[in-house]
Design a protein around this ligand. Sequence first.
Ligand SMILES: Cc1ncc(COP(=O)(O)O)c(C=O)c1O
Length: 421
Amino acid sequence: MAEKVMNAAGITELGFPMWPQFHPDTAKDIVEPIKSGKVNYWVGTKGMEFEEVFRKWTGAKMAISCTNGTAALHIGISCLGIGPGDEVIVPSYSFIASSFAVVQAGAIPVFCDVTDDHTIDPAKIEELITERTKGIVVVHLYGVVADMGPILEIAKKHNLKIIEDCAQSIGGKFGDTYVGLVGDVGCYSFCQSKQFTTGGEGGMVITNDEDLGWECRSFRDHGYDVRTRMNLLALEEKLPYIHRRVGFNYRMTEIQAIIGINEMKRYDDWNLARRYKYAAMYDKAFTGLEGIAKLPYNDEIRQNSYWWYPINIDLDVLSIDAPKFVKALQAKNIPCYGIQWPEAYEEAAYKEKYGFGTAHFPFWSKEYTNPESVEYDKVLCPNAKRLRSVTFSLFLHPTWEVEHIQACIDGVKAVISENKK
Ligand SMILES: Cc1ncc(COP(=O)(O)O)c(C=O)c1O
Protein backbone atom coordinates (compact mmCIF):
# COMPACT_ATOMS: atom_id res chain seq x y z
CA MET A 1 0.00 0.00 0.00
CA ALA A 2 2.79 2.43 0.89
CA GLU A 3 4.26 2.02 -2.58
CA LYS A 4 0.84 2.32 -4.13
CA VAL A 5 0.11 5.72 -2.67
CA MET A 6 3.60 7.02 -3.53
CA ASN A 7 3.06 6.82 -7.26
CA ALA A 8 0.62 8.76 -9.32
CA ALA A 9 -1.52 5.77 -10.23
CA GLY A 10 -1.83 4.72 -6.59
CA ILE A 11 -3.11 8.11 -5.54
CA THR A 12 -5.64 8.01 -8.37
CA GLU A 13 -6.84 4.62 -7.18
CA LEU A 14 -7.61 6.21 -3.82
CA GLY A 15 -9.68 8.89 -5.55
CA PHE A 16 -7.05 11.66 -5.35
CA PRO A 17 -5.78 13.54 -8.44
CA MET A 18 -2.41 12.31 -9.60
CA TRP A 19 0.92 14.04 -9.19
CA PRO A 20 2.86 14.84 -11.28
CA GLN A 21 0.64 16.41 -13.86
CA PHE A 22 2.21 18.53 -16.57
CA HIS A 23 1.59 22.07 -17.78
CA PRO A 24 -1.17 22.06 -20.42
CA ASP A 25 1.28 23.22 -23.16
CA THR A 26 3.83 20.49 -22.48
CA ALA A 27 2.37 17.63 -24.51
CA LYS A 28 2.34 19.91 -27.59
CA ASP A 29 5.72 21.61 -26.94
CA ILE A 30 7.80 18.49 -26.45
CA VAL A 31 6.93 17.33 -29.95
CA GLU A 32 9.02 20.19 -31.43
CA PRO A 33 12.47 18.70 -30.74
CA ILE A 34 11.24 15.34 -31.99
CA LYS A 35 10.22 16.99 -35.27
CA SER A 36 13.34 19.14 -35.63
CA GLY A 37 15.78 16.49 -34.38
CA LYS A 38 17.26 19.06 -31.98
CA VAL A 39 17.08 16.90 -28.90
CA ASN A 40 20.52 17.45 -27.34
CA TYR A 41 21.67 20.35 -25.10
CA TRP A 42 24.29 21.57 -27.56
CA VAL A 43 22.10 21.24 -30.66
CA GLY A 44 18.99 22.95 -29.28
CA THR A 45 18.47 26.09 -27.19
CA LYS A 46 15.98 24.93 -24.55
CA GLY A 47 18.55 23.62 -22.05
CA MET A 48 20.20 27.03 -21.85
CA GLU A 49 16.80 28.73 -21.75
CA PHE A 50 15.72 26.59 -18.78
CA GLU A 51 18.97 27.42 -16.98
CA GLU A 52 18.34 31.12 -17.55
CA VAL A 53 14.74 30.87 -16.29
CA PHE A 54 15.88 29.08 -13.12
CA ARG A 55 18.88 31.40 -12.65
CA LYS A 56 16.68 34.50 -12.85
CA TRP A 57 14.02 33.01 -10.58
CA THR A 58 16.47 32.17 -7.80
CA GLY A 59 18.61 35.26 -8.42
CA ALA A 60 21.72 33.07 -8.81
CA LYS A 61 24.75 34.20 -10.80
CA MET A 62 25.00 30.77 -12.43
CA ALA A 63 22.60 27.87 -13.00
CA ILE A 64 23.77 24.60 -14.54
CA SER A 65 21.16 22.04 -15.58
CA CYS A 66 21.95 18.35 -15.32
CA THR A 67 20.52 14.85 -15.52
CA ASN A 68 19.27 14.50 -11.93
CA GLY A 69 19.69 15.63 -8.33
CA THR A 70 22.38 13.06 -7.57
CA ALA A 71 24.44 14.39 -10.47
CA ALA A 72 23.85 17.94 -9.18
CA LEU A 73 25.29 16.93 -5.79
CA HIS A 74 28.21 15.11 -7.40
CA ILE A 75 28.97 18.18 -9.51
CA GLY A 76 28.65 20.62 -6.59
CA ILE A 77 30.73 18.62 -4.13
CA SER A 78 33.47 17.75 -6.63
CA CYS A 79 33.78 21.26 -8.03
CA LEU A 80 34.29 22.67 -4.53
CA GLY A 81 37.52 20.68 -4.60
CA ILE A 82 36.27 18.03 -2.20
CA GLY A 83 37.56 14.54 -2.94
CA PRO A 84 39.79 11.70 -1.74
CA GLY A 85 41.22 12.31 1.73
CA ASP A 86 38.35 14.59 2.77
CA GLU A 87 35.38 14.12 5.06
CA VAL A 88 31.97 15.75 4.65
CA ILE A 89 29.35 15.99 7.39
CA VAL A 90 25.90 14.84 6.18
CA PRO A 91 22.62 14.25 8.02
CA SER A 92 22.00 10.50 8.33
CA TYR A 93 18.32 11.28 7.84
CA SER A 94 17.96 11.88 4.09
CA PHE A 95 17.67 10.09 0.78
CA ILE A 96 20.78 7.97 0.19
CA ALA A 97 22.00 10.26 -2.63
CA SER A 98 22.84 13.03 -0.11
CA SER A 99 25.67 10.89 1.28
CA PHE A 100 26.40 8.73 -1.79
CA ALA A 101 27.30 11.88 -3.73
CA VAL A 102 30.07 12.47 -1.16
CA VAL A 103 31.39 8.95 -1.79
CA GLN A 104 31.03 9.45 -5.55
CA ALA A 105 33.35 12.45 -5.15
CA GLY A 106 35.83 10.11 -3.41
CA ALA A 107 35.30 11.57 0.07
CA ILE A 108 33.92 10.08 3.29
CA PRO A 109 30.46 10.95 4.67
CA VAL A 110 30.33 11.48 8.44
CA PHE A 111 26.78 11.21 9.70
CA CYS A 112 25.15 13.87 11.86
CA ASP A 113 21.91 13.75 13.83
CA VAL A 114 18.86 15.94 13.17
CA THR A 115 16.47 18.01 15.26
CA ASP A 116 12.75 17.31 15.56
CA ASP A 117 12.20 19.44 12.46
CA HIS A 118 13.97 16.75 10.36
CA THR A 119 17.00 18.85 9.38
CA ILE A 120 20.64 18.68 10.49
CA ASP A 121 21.17 19.60 14.15
CA PRO A 122 23.67 22.51 14.25
CA ALA A 123 24.51 21.63 17.87
CA LYS A 124 25.84 18.23 16.77
CA ILE A 125 28.05 19.36 13.89
CA GLU A 126 31.20 20.63 15.63
CA GLU A 127 31.88 17.40 17.53
CA LEU A 128 32.16 15.63 14.13
CA ILE A 129 34.75 17.99 12.66
CA THR A 130 38.24 16.53 12.16
CA GLU A 131 41.31 17.83 10.32
CA ARG A 132 39.95 16.10 7.22
CA THR A 133 36.53 17.81 7.26
CA LYS A 134 35.99 20.01 4.19
CA GLY A 135 32.27 20.52 4.01
CA ILE A 136 28.72 20.08 5.27
CA VAL A 137 25.83 18.80 3.18
CA VAL A 138 22.71 20.53 4.46
CA VAL A 139 19.44 18.90 3.36
CA HIS A 140 16.22 20.92 3.33
CA LEU A 141 14.18 17.76 3.84
CA TYR A 142 10.45 17.71 3.03
CA GLY A 143 10.77 21.40 2.08
CA VAL A 144 11.71 22.41 5.66
CA VAL A 145 14.55 24.95 5.44
CA ALA A 146 17.41 23.97 7.75
CA ASP A 147 18.57 26.23 10.57
CA MET A 148 21.17 27.98 8.40
CA GLY A 149 22.23 30.74 10.85
CA PRO A 150 24.37 28.60 13.19
CA ILE A 151 25.45 26.35 10.32
CA LEU A 152 26.89 29.36 8.46
CA GLU A 153 28.76 30.40 11.62
CA ILE A 154 30.27 26.92 12.10
CA ALA A 155 31.28 26.77 8.45
CA LYS A 156 32.98 30.15 8.69
CA LYS A 157 34.78 29.28 11.92
CA HIS A 158 36.16 26.00 10.56
CA ASN A 159 36.57 27.07 6.93
CA LEU A 160 34.09 24.51 5.61
CA LYS A 161 32.08 24.58 2.39
CA ILE A 162 28.29 24.28 2.53
CA ILE A 163 26.54 22.17 -0.09
CA GLU A 164 22.75 22.62 0.06
CA ASP A 165 20.69 19.63 -1.01
CA CYS A 166 17.52 21.37 -2.23
CA ALA A 167 16.02 18.28 -3.89
CA GLN A 168 12.95 18.51 -1.68
CA SER A 169 12.74 22.28 -1.39
CA ILE A 170 12.14 24.10 -4.66
CA GLY A 171 11.15 27.57 -3.49
CA GLY A 172 12.33 27.35 0.12
CA LYS A 173 13.94 30.57 1.35
CA PHE A 174 16.25 31.61 4.17
CA GLY A 175 15.29 35.25 4.68
CA ASP A 176 15.28 36.75 1.20
CA THR A 177 17.61 34.12 -0.22
CA TYR A 178 16.47 31.05 -2.09
CA VAL A 179 17.87 27.79 -0.72
CA GLY A 180 20.96 26.82 -2.63
CA LEU A 181 22.39 30.33 -2.47
CA VAL A 182 22.78 30.48 1.31
CA GLY A 183 25.79 28.16 1.27
CA ASP A 184 28.39 27.74 -1.47
CA VAL A 185 26.42 25.62 -3.91
CA GLY A 186 22.80 24.48 -4.25
CA CYS A 187 21.69 21.19 -5.81
CA TYR A 188 18.14 20.60 -7.03
CA SER A 189 16.30 17.53 -8.27
CA PHE A 190 13.37 17.42 -10.69
CA CYS A 191 12.71 13.71 -10.23
CA GLN A 192 9.27 12.11 -10.59
CA SER A 193 8.01 12.79 -7.06
CA LYS A 194 9.44 16.28 -6.57
CA GLN A 195 7.71 19.66 -6.42
CA PHE A 196 7.86 19.53 -10.18
CA THR A 197 9.52 17.08 -12.52
CA THR A 198 11.26 17.60 -15.86
CA GLY A 199 9.78 14.38 -17.17
CA GLY A 200 10.91 11.84 -14.60
CA GLU A 201 14.51 12.96 -14.05
CA GLY A 202 16.38 16.27 -13.96
CA GLY A 203 18.57 18.47 -11.82
CA MET A 204 20.10 21.92 -11.44
CA VAL A 205 23.14 23.36 -9.70
CA ILE A 206 23.08 27.02 -8.65
CA THR A 207 25.78 29.25 -7.20
CA ASN A 208 26.74 32.88 -6.81
CA ASP A 209 30.40 32.03 -7.32
CA GLU A 210 31.08 32.41 -11.04
CA ASP A 211 34.36 30.52 -11.03
CA LEU A 212 32.66 27.63 -9.27
CA GLY A 213 29.76 27.82 -11.73
CA TRP A 214 32.09 27.51 -14.71
CA GLU A 215 33.87 24.60 -13.05
CA CYS A 216 30.46 22.93 -12.62
CA ARG A 217 29.65 23.50 -16.30
CA SER A 218 32.90 21.89 -17.30
CA PHE A 219 32.49 18.94 -14.90
CA ARG A 220 28.92 18.42 -16.17
CA ASP A 221 30.21 18.32 -19.74
CA HIS A 222 33.12 15.82 -19.96
CA GLY A 223 35.50 18.45 -18.60
CA TYR A 224 35.23 20.55 -21.80
CA ASP A 225 36.68 24.02 -21.67
CA VAL A 226 33.25 25.66 -21.85
CA ARG A 227 34.36 28.88 -20.21
CA THR A 228 36.71 30.05 -22.94
CA ARG A 229 34.51 28.81 -25.74
CA MET A 230 30.83 28.58 -24.95
CA ASN A 231 29.89 26.80 -28.18
CA LEU A 232 31.04 23.23 -27.82
CA LEU A 233 30.30 22.19 -31.36
CA ALA A 234 32.47 25.01 -32.74
CA LEU A 235 35.11 24.14 -30.19
CA GLU A 236 35.20 20.51 -31.27
CA GLU A 237 35.52 21.47 -34.93
CA LYS A 238 38.47 23.78 -34.38
CA LEU A 239 40.52 22.19 -31.63
CA PRO A 240 41.53 18.55 -31.25
CA TYR A 241 42.19 18.71 -27.50
CA ILE A 242 39.55 20.45 -25.44
CA HIS A 243 39.20 18.52 -22.18
CA ARG A 244 40.68 20.65 -19.42
CA ARG A 245 39.72 18.35 -16.52
CA VAL A 246 38.15 14.97 -15.84
CA GLY A 247 34.40 15.29 -16.10
CA PHE A 248 31.15 13.48 -16.74
CA ASN A 249 28.26 13.71 -19.18
CA TYR A 250 25.47 14.96 -16.93
CA ARG A 251 23.62 17.00 -19.58
CA MET A 252 19.85 17.38 -19.59
CA THR A 253 17.93 16.72 -22.83
CA GLU A 254 15.92 19.39 -24.67
CA ILE A 255 12.66 17.60 -23.90
CA GLN A 256 13.42 17.70 -20.17
CA ALA A 257 14.27 21.40 -20.45
CA ILE A 258 10.99 22.24 -22.23
CA ILE A 259 9.04 20.49 -19.49
CA GLY A 260 11.01 22.46 -16.87
CA ILE A 261 10.45 25.82 -18.59
CA ASN A 262 6.70 25.19 -18.66
CA GLU A 263 6.57 24.12 -15.00
CA MET A 264 8.44 27.28 -14.00
CA LYS A 265 5.77 29.39 -15.78
CA ARG A 266 3.23 28.29 -13.19
CA TYR A 267 5.51 27.56 -10.25
CA ASP A 268 4.97 30.59 -8.00
CA ASP A 269 1.36 31.39 -8.83
CA TRP A 270 -0.05 27.89 -9.01
CA ASN A 271 2.25 25.15 -7.68
CA LEU A 272 3.81 26.89 -4.66
CA ALA A 273 0.72 29.03 -4.00
CA ARG A 274 -1.46 25.95 -3.62
CA ARG A 275 1.12 24.24 -1.42
CA TYR A 276 1.04 27.28 0.92
CA LYS A 277 -2.74 27.29 0.93
CA TYR A 278 -2.94 23.59 1.80
CA ALA A 279 -0.19 23.86 4.41
CA ALA A 280 -2.21 26.63 6.08
CA MET A 281 -5.25 24.32 6.12
CA TYR A 282 -3.24 21.53 7.75
CA ASP A 283 -1.67 24.01 10.22
CA LYS A 284 -5.08 25.33 11.23
CA ALA A 285 -6.57 21.87 11.66
CA PHE A 286 -3.68 20.33 13.60
CA THR A 287 -2.23 23.15 15.72
CA GLY A 288 -2.84 22.31 19.37
CA LEU A 289 -4.55 19.00 18.55
CA GLU A 290 -3.98 16.39 21.25
CA GLY A 291 -1.93 13.54 19.80
CA ILE A 292 0.17 15.78 17.57
CA ALA A 293 3.62 16.78 18.86
CA LYS A 294 5.07 18.81 16.01
CA LEU A 295 4.07 20.29 12.67
CA PRO A 296 6.49 21.26 9.86
CA TYR A 297 8.79 24.10 10.83
CA ASN A 298 8.16 27.44 9.14
CA ASP A 299 8.88 31.03 10.14
CA GLU A 300 9.70 34.37 8.51
CA ILE A 301 13.36 33.42 8.13
CA ARG A 302 13.19 29.68 7.43
CA GLN A 303 10.44 29.71 4.81
CA ASN A 304 9.23 26.18 4.15
CA SER A 305 8.34 25.25 0.56
CA TYR A 306 6.09 22.35 1.63
CA TRP A 307 7.10 19.48 -0.60
CA TRP A 308 5.44 17.15 1.89
CA TYR A 309 3.84 17.82 5.26
CA PRO A 310 5.67 15.78 7.97
CA ILE A 311 3.89 15.37 11.30
CA ASN A 312 5.38 14.09 14.55
CA ILE A 313 2.80 12.34 16.71
CA ASP A 314 2.74 12.32 20.52
CA LEU A 315 3.29 8.81 21.89
CA ASP A 316 2.28 9.96 25.40
CA VAL A 317 -1.22 10.50 24.05
CA LEU A 318 -1.53 7.85 21.33
CA SER A 319 -1.44 4.10 21.71
CA ILE A 320 0.00 3.55 18.21
CA ASP A 321 3.33 4.57 16.69
CA ALA A 322 3.84 6.23 13.30
CA PRO A 323 4.14 3.03 11.19
CA LYS A 324 0.81 1.86 12.66
CA PHE A 325 -0.65 5.36 12.22
CA VAL A 326 0.26 5.18 8.50
CA LYS A 327 -1.43 1.78 8.17
CA ALA A 328 -4.57 3.10 9.91
CA LEU A 329 -4.69 6.12 7.56
CA GLN A 330 -4.17 3.94 4.49
CA ALA A 331 -6.99 1.69 5.66
CA LYS A 332 -9.16 4.82 5.40
CA ASN A 333 -7.86 5.38 1.84
CA ILE A 334 -5.82 8.43 2.85
CA PRO A 335 -2.56 8.82 0.87
CA CYS A 336 0.37 9.23 3.27
CA TYR A 337 3.92 8.01 3.80
CA GLY A 338 6.16 6.97 6.70
CA ILE A 339 9.44 8.60 7.61
CA GLN A 340 12.04 8.90 4.84
CA TRP A 341 15.25 7.00 5.58
CA PRO A 342 16.42 8.33 8.99
CA GLU A 343 19.60 6.24 9.41
CA ALA A 344 21.71 6.01 6.24
CA TYR A 345 24.51 4.37 8.24
CA GLU A 346 22.29 1.27 8.50
CA GLU A 347 22.69 0.70 4.74
CA ALA A 348 24.80 -2.32 3.73
CA ALA A 349 26.92 -0.10 1.47
CA TYR A 350 28.20 1.69 4.59
CA LYS A 351 28.20 -1.13 7.10
CA GLU A 352 30.05 -3.41 4.68
CA LYS A 353 32.07 -0.51 3.21
CA TYR A 354 31.18 -1.48 -0.34
CA GLY A 355 32.84 1.17 -2.48
CA PHE A 356 34.51 1.33 -5.89
CA GLY A 357 36.49 -1.50 -7.48
CA THR A 358 38.03 -4.42 -5.70
CA ALA A 359 39.75 -1.90 -3.41
CA HIS A 360 36.29 -0.65 -2.33
CA PHE A 361 37.53 2.90 -2.52
CA PRO A 362 37.34 5.11 -0.53
CA PHE A 363 36.25 3.12 2.51
CA TRP A 364 39.26 0.81 2.75
CA SER A 365 41.88 3.21 1.45
CA LYS A 366 44.74 3.61 3.93
CA GLU A 367 46.06 6.73 2.22
CA TYR A 368 42.78 8.59 1.96
CA THR A 369 40.60 7.38 4.79
CA ASN A 370 40.83 7.52 8.55
CA PRO A 371 39.66 4.01 9.56
CA GLU A 372 37.80 5.40 12.59
CA SER A 373 35.64 7.64 10.40
CA VAL A 374 34.24 4.64 8.51
CA GLU A 375 33.25 2.54 11.50
CA TYR A 376 29.64 2.98 10.46
CA ASP A 377 28.46 0.08 12.61
CA LYS A 378 29.35 2.23 15.63
CA VAL A 379 27.45 5.31 14.41
CA LEU A 380 24.21 6.24 16.12
CA CYS A 381 22.02 9.29 15.55
CA PRO A 382 19.55 8.88 18.43
CA ASN A 383 17.07 11.54 17.42
CA ALA A 384 16.88 10.30 13.83
CA LYS A 385 16.25 6.81 15.24
CA ARG A 386 13.57 8.13 17.61
CA LEU A 387 11.77 9.99 14.81
CA ARG A 388 11.22 6.64 13.08
CA SER A 389 8.44 5.85 15.55
CA VAL A 390 6.75 9.27 15.52
CA THR A 391 6.92 10.72 11.97
CA PHE A 392 4.63 10.33 9.00
CA SER A 393 3.82 12.67 6.09
CA LEU A 394 0.74 13.93 4.35
CA PHE A 395 0.87 15.28 0.80
CA LEU A 396 -0.18 18.67 -0.55
CA HIS A 397 0.08 18.22 -4.28
CA PRO A 398 -1.05 21.26 -6.28
CA THR A 399 -3.40 19.12 -8.39
CA TRP A 400 -5.45 18.44 -5.28
CA GLU A 401 -8.46 20.48 -4.29
CA VAL A 402 -9.56 21.68 -0.86
CA GLU A 403 -11.79 18.62 -0.47
CA HIS A 404 -8.79 16.28 -0.79
CA ILE A 405 -6.88 18.14 1.90
CA GLN A 406 -10.00 18.10 4.07
CA ALA A 407 -10.26 14.31 3.59
CA CYS A 408 -6.69 13.97 4.87
CA ILE A 409 -7.45 16.19 7.86
CA ASP A 410 -10.57 14.19 8.69
CA GLY A 411 -8.62 10.94 8.34
CA VAL A 412 -5.87 12.07 10.72
CA LYS A 413 -8.41 13.31 13.27
CA ALA A 414 -10.30 10.01 13.09
CA VAL A 415 -7.14 7.91 13.57
CA ILE A 416 -6.18 10.05 16.56
CA SER A 417 -9.56 9.77 18.25
CA GLU A 418 -9.67 6.00 17.62
CA ASN A 419 -6.21 5.47 19.12
CA LYS A 420 -5.93 7.53 22.29
CA LYS A 421 -4.45 5.86 25.35
C1 LIG B 1 17.00 14.79 -0.35
C2 LIG B 1 17.34 14.25 -1.71
N1 LIG B 1 18.58 14.41 -2.17
C3 LIG B 1 18.95 13.97 -3.38
C4 LIG B 1 18.06 13.34 -4.21
C5 LIG B 1 18.54 12.80 -5.51
O1 LIG B 1 17.86 13.32 -6.61
P1 LIG B 1 17.63 12.43 -7.92
O2 LIG B 1 16.69 11.34 -7.61
O3 LIG B 1 17.10 13.43 -8.90
O4 LIG B 1 18.97 11.91 -8.33
C6 LIG B 1 16.73 13.16 -3.79
C7 LIG B 1 15.74 12.54 -4.68
O5 LIG B 1 15.06 11.64 -4.51
C8 LIG B 1 16.36 13.61 -2.49
O6 LIG B 1 15.13 13.44 -2.03
